[in-house]
Design a binder for this molecule. Sequence first.
Ligand code: SAM
Ligand code: DTB
Ligand code: SF4
Length: 355
Amino acid sequence: MTEVSITPAPVGEHLPAVRQAASPMTAGGPWTVAAVQALLERPLMDLLFEAQTVHRQNFPEGDIELATLLSVKTGGCSENCGYCPQAAEYDTGVKASKLMAVDEVLRAAQAAKDAGATRFCMGAAWRAPKDRDVEKVAELVEAVKGLGLQTCATLGMLEAHQAQQLKDAGLDYYNHNLDTAPEYYGAVVDTRSYQDRLDTLAHVRSAGISVCCGGIVGMGEAPVHRAGLIAELANLNPYPESVPINNLVRVPGTPLADADPIDPIDFVRVIAVARITMPRARVRLSAGRQQLGEAVQALCFMAGANSIFYGDKLLVTGNPDAQADLKLLHKLGLKARSISEKACGKQIETEAACA
Ligand code: SAM
Ligand code: DTB
Ligand code: SF4
C-alpha cells in the first residue's frame, strides 16, 4: 500500500474564498488556466465547501432542472469527433435517419413535459445545417415552444442568419460545446477548429439566444486541459447560461472507446470549479451519469450541479431511468424545477428572467 502523508493546513486556509459577482453573468473573470487548475487541486472538502457556498448564494431555491433530449436527426455525420457514435466514419451500429416530423417530435416533447421536464433539447447529427434544414427545425421549435417548454437545439455550426431564424421561431437556448481545452481539441476532432466553435457561439449570442456550452471529460485529457476548458467557458463574456459537463460515454467503434475513465472524484472537482467560476450558470450533470452511480452524483449536487439530462435516453446512448432519477432526487431531498412553481413568479423565458 502506498503511504500517504497528511500535512495540516495553516489556520485560515480552509475558509471559502467566495467571489462576488460584478454582474450576474460576467463574474470573477478573466480566469487564467493556472488559477482554475489551482482550484481543481484544492483539498476536496475546501473545494466542495466553497462551491456549495457559491451555489447557495446564487441559487437559494436549490432546485434541479430536468432537461430532456431527443435526437431529431440521427447518425451519418460528416465530422470525425473521436467521442461520437454518430460520426459516419465509425462503425458503431448507429442507424442514420432523416429529420423527424413535427407530430412525432411533439409527442416526445409532450411526454417529457408530462414527466416533469422543463426544457426540451433537440439534437441533430449535422456538421452544419443547410438553410432548408434550419427552416424545418424552426417549425419544430415553434411547436415545442407552444407546449410551454423551454426550447434548446444543437445542430452543429450556425451562420448568423440561421441563428436569427431560430431565435425568431422562439428558440431559448442553443447547445454548442467547446468540449475540451483549445490545445487538446485537435487530438479529438480535426474536421473543424476551435475557432469554428467560437464563431457559432458568437452568432448565437448576437441573435439573443441563451448559450448552452460545456464539454466532455474522460477523453484522455490531462488535468491542465480540464482547467483550460473551464477557463475558456468562464471567460466567454458573458459566460454560458447553461454548462453541460459530460462524462465520456465510451462507445465501441469510436476512437475513444478505450480511453481511461476519469476518477469520479476528479469529475466532482470539475463540477465544483464550474460552479465557482460561473456562479449563475445552470451546471448540468450530463452524459455518463450511469457510470457515476448515486453517491458520486450526490457529491456533484453538493458541488453545485443543478441540472440533469432526464429521460431514459440521451441521443443514442442510455441514461438513468426517469423513475430512478426522481427517486434519487427524493432520497437526497432535492426538488425538481417546475414550470408552475417558478422561483421568480414569471413564465420561464430564460434563466436571466428569474434574476
Ligand atoms: N452535431 C452537433 C455538435 O456537434 O455540436 C450536435 C450534437 S453533438 C452529439 C452534441 C454534444 O454531445 C457534443 O458536443 C459532445 O459534447 C456530446 N457528446 C457526443 N458524444 C458523446 C459521448 N460519447 N459522451 C459524452 N458526450 C458526448
Ligand atoms: C451535451 O452536452 N450532451 C448531450 C447534449 N449536449 C446534446 C449529448 C450527449 C450525447 C451522449 C452520447 C449519445 O447518446 O449520443
Ligand atoms: Fe457530428 Fe456532432 Fe457527433 Fe461531432 S458530435 S460527429 S458534429 S453529431
